[in-house]
Every structure is written in C-alpha cells, then in structure tokens.
Ligand binder design. Structure first.
Ligand SMILES: C[S@@+](CC[C@H](N)C(=O)[O-])C[C@H]1O[C@@H](n2cnc3c(N)ncnc32)[C@H](O)[C@@H]1O
Length: 246
C-alpha cells in the first residue's frame, strides 16, 4: 500500500533519527533568546528536534502531514511528562492566528516540497513570522553525481520487538528538474513471513549553490545569512542553514 511516512517508515526513522543533539541542536538553541521566544517547527516529524527543545522549556508548536510521525512525537513527549503542541497539517495549507519569533525546518525537510508548492509554503511561514522574527531552513543540495539504483536494493534492516522491518530502495535522478526520485519499500517480517508491505514515493528537490537564496528572495525574505554548521550531524557531516527575516 502506498503511504507517506507511514507506520513502517516511521519506525525505521525512529531507530536512528530519534533525537537531535550535538552541533545541530546547539546551533538551533543559539537562536532562542529566552523562554518567551515562540518557536514553530513545520514538518516536525517524530519530534527529533521539537522534543529536545521542549525538554529545555522552550515554547514550540509543531505540525506535520504524517499522523504516524505525529503520534510517535506525541508519545515520546508524554513519556517525558511533556505535552506537545502538535497539529496535523500540510505546510502548503498552514494558517495560524498565532505569530512566531522563530520558524525552523531542520534536516533538509524543505526539499520535500515540490516546486509548485514552494511559493505557498514560504508565504504561509512568512505570514506567521513576527516583525524581526527569523526563519531557519535547511534544504538538500546537489553534491554531484548521484548513485542511481534501478532495482530494489536492501538499504536497512531493523529488529523491532519480535518483528523485523526491512527497507528497500530504488533511486533515480532527473537532471532537468533536479529531482532525486526515491522509491521506498518496507516489509514487516514476522516469523519469516511478510505481514505488511508499505510503499512510498520520496521525491526530493536538490538545490544548486545560491539557488535557494534566490527562491527565498523572490518570496519576500531578506537579511540572509548562510551558516555552515561543521559536524552538524556528527563528525564530518556538515550542513548549511539559510537564516532570513521578512
Ligand atoms: C525526514 S522527516 C524530518 C522531520 C524533521 N524535520 C526532523 O528534523 O527530523 C520529514 C517530515 O516532513 C513531513 N512532510 C513532508 N511533506 C510535508 C508537507 N507538505 N507538510 C507537512 N509536513 C510534511 C513528513 O511527514 C516527515 O515527517
């Protein structure tokens, strides 16, 4: 069955991307002045970033289109005696009467927005940003030739309780649109039998150098600072963050 961040995908994601830490967390924390700072995290997923911020007493609201991801986030918060402020919503449709000092989308998630939804998505975030507020966005960038995978290839296998979840991938790259088109397949295996299959299309927009800043500028953002967060995802793995205001 075709799903987007469904049950099996969510469980695999949680096994190695449960909680943000290190330089990535430190970087985001450095933008939060005090306990009055209101933060919004669109595409918050399993609360990888939202939960460590909540644990530090930060006022943060999150939303996501995946009910599975949101329910995992909610239960992780509950286990810490925290109540997560979460909404089930798509970024391209998001509206709120509440305004925020800081809007963050870590981990390249904004690259999941297809070109035709970028304008509405940016505008929805801009609309809830306070005067003087900031947006911190990460996108996935084009780092040269992509290793395409034409036939299903096993890419992950995790034992969860008495079950095993196996992930398979196919990857293609469309140079014209700069789209990395990944197909994912998850099998839930119990006692050697496939109990459930989940299929997922996972298109990712890769941005060229400077391109994303041009997109932000065209959508009314200004005062850009591009940060290179060295060792952001652990040693050697650096990433870029686009900071801007309106
Ligand atoms: C890779 S996860 C990353 C989650 C989080 N940003 C993090 O740092 O771990 C991407 C999330 O984006 C969500 N997502 C994708 N498209 C979305 C959309 N149009 N609106 C809201 N959420 C979306 C997915 O459901 C998924 O939970």
């Amino acid at each position: 069955m075709e799903e987007y961040y469904g049950e099996l995908c969510t469980q695999i994601y949680e096994t190695n991307k449960s909680i943000a830490g290190g330089e990535e967390l430190k970087f985001h924390l450095s933008f939060i002045k005090d306990k009055n700072t209101q933060v919004l995290e669109p595409m918050c997923g399993n609360g990888r970033m939202l939960i460590p911020l909540m644990e530090r007493g930060i006022n943060i609201d999150g939303f996501d289109l995946s009910e599975e991801m949101l329910s995992l986030c909610e239960s992780k918060a509950r286990n810490l005696n925290l109540k997560a402020n979460l909404t089930h919503c798509r970024l391209e449709e998001f509206k709120s009467v509440k305004n925020y000092d800081l809007v963050i989308i870590p981990f390249g998630s904004f690259s999941l927005m297809p070109d035709e939804l970028v304008k509405a998505s940016l505008s929805n975030m801009r609309n809830v940003l306070k005067e003087g507020g900031k947006i911190l966005l990460t996108v996935m960038t084009n780092k040269g030739p992509v290793d395409e995978i034409s036939d299903w290839m096993e890419t992950n296998r995790q034992i969860i309780g008495t079950d095993e979840i196996i992930e398979y991938k196919k990857v293609g790259f469309d140079q014209k649109s700069n789209m990395l088109n990944t197909k994912l397949k998850y099998h839930l295996v119990t006692d050697g039998h496939i109990n459930k299959e989940e299929l997922m299309d996972f298109p990712v927009r890769l941005y060229e150098n400077e391109e994303f800043e041009t997109v932000l500028r065209a959508n009314g953002f200004r005062n850009f600072i591009r940060h290179d967060v060295a060792n952001g995802y652990g040693s050697v793995n650096s990433f870029q963050v686009f900071e801007c205001g309106k």
